[in-house]
Design a protein around this ligand. Structure first.
Ligand code: NDP
Length: 339
């Protein structure tokens, strides 16, 4: 079974019908003679917001390659090696990284595939807290935000894969942490499970600038930006002098044909704000250090993690589409097989 992208989509929200589940004939679970390939049995697949961009034809004008219509969707996942002639992977190893939305993937160039060193934690964690989104939170917070104890931190899309971890890293450092999310259930999670000081449902707030003023009467030192648009606009009014903004993502813009402008961007001058975009792809060099640190935090129960798991490859399209409607509660992933 494979999930294909049927066609490129222009602007607008992705739909389940843009993707298609197909069943092919029998496949040979052996790597080609003379290759250095491997075959992964996919166990968990990750649904990530950046995948939306790959559904639109950019022809090299984006930082990620376009998907190929008629081919399985590519994405991060976790799998078990069932055949290998690659020196870095042997049969029976578990790995996470770039794979395909299919039951088995032939990986000819495993440069974005990492061996899993800790099978004592749930393997699904390698789609999130121990995988790409986890490293995004870690690198984005510690490297880009230059955080200090006691600073005031605001995180948007705070209950998602990245946000829930950023908030906990910030709390561990002794910061005051506020998150926004799109439902009362998510707000409750932020306060009761992830230990945020405060949280609010941005969909219920008529004036985000005033809302932020309420939670940050003295202003925001660090904004971890996941959504863009009107939230960024409101944040800029509330930033402190020399504040820092880690521009991680702007999901509110991904389905728009023409991105919204930010009318008050000039505020970054007078307030001497440093706003820095970053991509996790530049930070894989610190993955092993990250993995060891976070595995330890998980074992010591010093970090909490919430996943939203749908069962079955056939449900992957609906799960991916749900990210853009805020249906996921925690890290969205798909369980394809249980070993
Ligand atoms: P999430 O698990 O947070 O899922 C996406 C969430 O975004 C939804 O649940 C929803 O939460 C919110 N959302 C959806 N549409 C909108 C909208 N129109 N306006 C405001 N919020 C919206 O995703 P991730 O944690 O995986 O990703 C978070 C951000 O980080 C994304 O922008 C992503 O692109 C970015 N990212 C960047 C990376 C990098 O290398 N720079 C790497 C990985 C992720 P809610 O219900 O709270 O609105």
């Amino acid at each position: 079974k494979k999930v294909l992208l049927k066609h490129f989509i222009p602007a607008g929200a992705p739909k389940e019908t843009d993707m298609e589940l197909v069943t092919t004939g029998t496949i040979r679970l052996r790597v080609p003679e003379g290759s250095t390939a491997l075959i992964l049995k996919n166990l968990y697949l990750s649904c990530d917001p950046y995948m939306r961009s790959r559904m639109t034809k950019h022809e090299g004008a984006s930082y990620v390659d376009d998907f190929v219509p008629g081919e399985p969707i590519a994405g991060f996942g976790v799998g078990k090696v069932v055949d290998s002639s690659h020196p870095g992977f042997k049969i029976g190893d578990y790995a996470w990284g770039m794979t395909g939305w299919e039951e088995y993937s032939l990986i000819t160039d495993p440069k974005l595939l990492f061996k899993i060193h800790h099978t004592e934690v749930p393997l699904s964690y390698y789609t999130g807290i121990l995988g790409m989104p986890g490293l995004t939170a870690y690198a984005g917070f510690y490297d880009i935000c230059s955080p200090k104890k006691g600073e005031r931190v605001f995180i948007s899309a705070a209950s998602g894969a990245v946000g829930q971890l950023v908030g906990q890293f910030a709390k561990q450092l002794g910061c005051y942490v506020v998150g926004s999310a799109g439902s009362d259930e998510k707000v409750n999670l932020l306060k009761t499970k992830f230990g945020f000081d405060e949280a609010f449902n941005y969909k219920k707030e008529p004036d985000l600038t005033k809302t932020l003023k309420r939670y940050f009467p003295d202003g925001i030192d660090i904004y971890f930006e996941n959504v863009g648009g009107s939230m960024l606009e409101a944040v800029l009014y509330n930033m402190r002098l020399k504040g820092r903004i880690a521009a991680c993502g702007m999901i509110s813009q991904y389905n728009l044909e023409i991105p919204e402008g930010v009318r008050n961007l000039f505020l970054i001058i007078g307030k001497r704000i440093r706003m820095e975009g970053f991509l996790v792809f530049d930070h894989y060099g610190s993955y092993l250090e990250f993995e060891e640190k976070v595995v330890q935090l998980i074992k010591e129960e010093k970090i909490k993690y919430v996943e939203d798991i749908v069962e079955g490859l056939e449900n992957a399209p609906v799960a991916l589409v749900g990210l853009f409607e805020g249906r996921n509660v925690g890290k969205q992933l798909v369980a394809v097989a249980h070993e």
